[in-house]
Design a protein around this ligand. Structure first.
Ligand SMILES: Cc1ncc(COP(=O)(O)O)c(C=O)c1O
Length: 469
């Protein structure tokens, strides 16, 4: 065991590392710091030692310390400040011990509208197994060695054909990169952009909150830009001084707005004028129920848009399979970043997915799932209209979630709490706002049955009535 003392902003920070424990050192460092924050030993705003200094004190490589800090930033325990220093987050002491988003009254809710689950019980096991068999029977030994950081050529080819056909992208196999979901792809991209001199990331407000922490860890400032019914407010983007922007153009998360043709053109114009980059998170575009989905923005400007897709909504989040179509100049640095990060995603999974897509199984699976999700969505929206009519859904008929605003007499926190007391998980908008905003609820329905959706909305109606009393 080695113990090291190092200076933190408020005094000494004791970090214990057991090199013989088999637990990776970055995890030991993470849990050491996390525990000290939880126990109140490292208070809000404490400045942590510079990564280089801590690495030297502890006899670690700097990468280990950076990784630990990044993880804790992503979890919300630390914040990374401009000027390159890292502090204990002001709200860290209030972070519950397990899942930040999960209200914790008495065990998990019986019916849970938590967003992000597709119906994994419908995973196409038989078709996937056929692809695994084929790959294991036919793949030459050499293909099982390390790949180039971009991943499997067979998957680049299958996915570029699929995306060009279904999403209107302009992809060539050489510009594709396979990653472990959007989480890894976006993290690596922000790191590469920061290294290339990009400074400020604009995100939609409201939007998924994880990316802001990731941007901070990469050394990028982030700024929220309002979302209108037609997509991002491009004039506000212009004023923000950002040089990179992330959009969920096909189906904004969480509002469900679709970026209009005019806004798409204005975003591309902005990128051309500014020398900027648009990151297009095309996370659930396969599910549009009222019409054909709008094509991806990447097809309009392949040199200005970095496109990201994921199997997390279509197949299963546990696969950790994502893909990017990159502008030429980003291909090499991203391939290098991916290789350095984890030596590439699993070859067998990539080849299995390539076979699955090339044989048309992906299309078949989506054709089967679309009507199921549509029924769930219609059931949810219909029951809301019947039981809680003043919670009106906004956004188009698409995806795996619905958002509603709350009327002014209802408090988000009180509704969430009253629902939880009835065994129901519903989730507020608060974590998604960058600069604060109106209260509302986001309902994920992908992993529920119709019966559970109906029961859930009935419980919500009771909760709302109780709050109003
Ligand atoms: C807005 C958004 N983008 C992307 C993803 C997918 O992330 P990943 O591919 O890392 O699972 C999610 C998952 O919930 C999401 O909400």
């Amino acid at each position: 065991m080695s113990r090291s003392r190092t200076n933190s902003g408020t005094g000494e920070l004791l970090v214990e590392l057991r090199r013989d424990s088999g637990v990776p050192l970055h995890q030991q460092l993470e849990s050491g710091i996390r525990e000290r924050i939880r126990q109140g030993l490292l208070r809000a705003d404490t400045v942590l030692p510079a990564t280089r200094a801590l690495a030297s004190d502890l006899g670690l490589s700097r990468g280990v310390v950076v990784e630990a800090y990044q993880q804790l930033v992503a979890e919300g325990y630390l914040v990374s400040r401009t000027g390159g220093y890292t502090q204990v987050a002001p709200a860290a002491a209030r972070i519950p011990q397990h899942d930040k988003a999960k209200p914790s009254l008495s065990g998990p809710p019986r019916i849970d509208f938590r967003y992000s689950r597709p119906d994994v019980s419908q995973f196409p096991r038989a078709a996937w197994l056929r692809s695994i068999r084929k790959v294991l029977n036919e793949t030459p030994h050499d293909a099982l060695a390390y790949l180039d950081g971009r991943g499997s050529v067979a998957l680049h080819e299958a996915l570029s054909d699929y995306l060009n056909r279904v999403r209107g992208t302009s992809a060539v196999a050489e510009n594709m990169l396979i990653c472990n979901g959007f989480a890894q792809g976006s993290r690596l991209l922000l790191q590469v952009l920061a290294a290339a001199g990009y400074r400020k990331l604009a995100v939609e407000d409201p939007s998924d909150n994880e990316l802001r922490a990731v941007a901070a860890a990469a050394g990028l400032e982030s700024v929220g830009v309002p979302v209108l019914e037609t997509g991002l407010d491009v004039e506000a983007l212009e004023r923000s001084g950002a040089d990179v922007v992330l959009v969920t153009a096909a189906h904004q998360f969480p509002t469900g707005a679709v970026t209009s043709a005019g806004t798409r053109a204005a975003l591309v114009e902005w990128a051309n004028r500014r020398g900027g980059l648009v990151i297009e998170d095309d996370y659930d575009a396969e599910y549009r129920y009222d019409r054909e989905p709008i094509g991806a923005m990447q097809g309009l400007a392949p040199d200005r848009v970095a496109y990201a897709g994921t199997a997390s909504k279509t197949l299963a989040p546990g696969l950790r399979l994502g893909w990017m179509i990159l502008p030429d100049w980003l291909v090499e640095p991203m391939a290098e970043a991916k290789f350095v990060d984890d030596r590439g995603s699993s070859v067998l999974d990539q080849m299995t997915f390539a076979d699955f897509v090339a044989r048309g199984e992906f299309d078949r699976h989506l054709r089967r799932m679309r009507p199921r999700y549509r029924v769930l969505r219609d059931t949810l929206v219909g029951r809301l209209a019947e039981k809680v009519p003043d919670l009106q859904p906004i956004g188009v008929s698409a995806g795996l979630h619905v958002m509603t605003w709350l009327p002014p007499d209802l408090s988000e926190a009180e509704v969430v709490r009253a629902a939880l007391e009835r065994g129901l998980g519903v989730y507020g908008l608060a974590p998604y706002w960058v600069d604060g905003g109106r209260e509302g609820l986001v309902f994920g329905y992908g992993g529920l049955t119709e019966k559970a959706v109906v029961e859930g909305i009935d419980l919500l109606a009771e909760a709302v009535a109780a709050v109003r009393r």
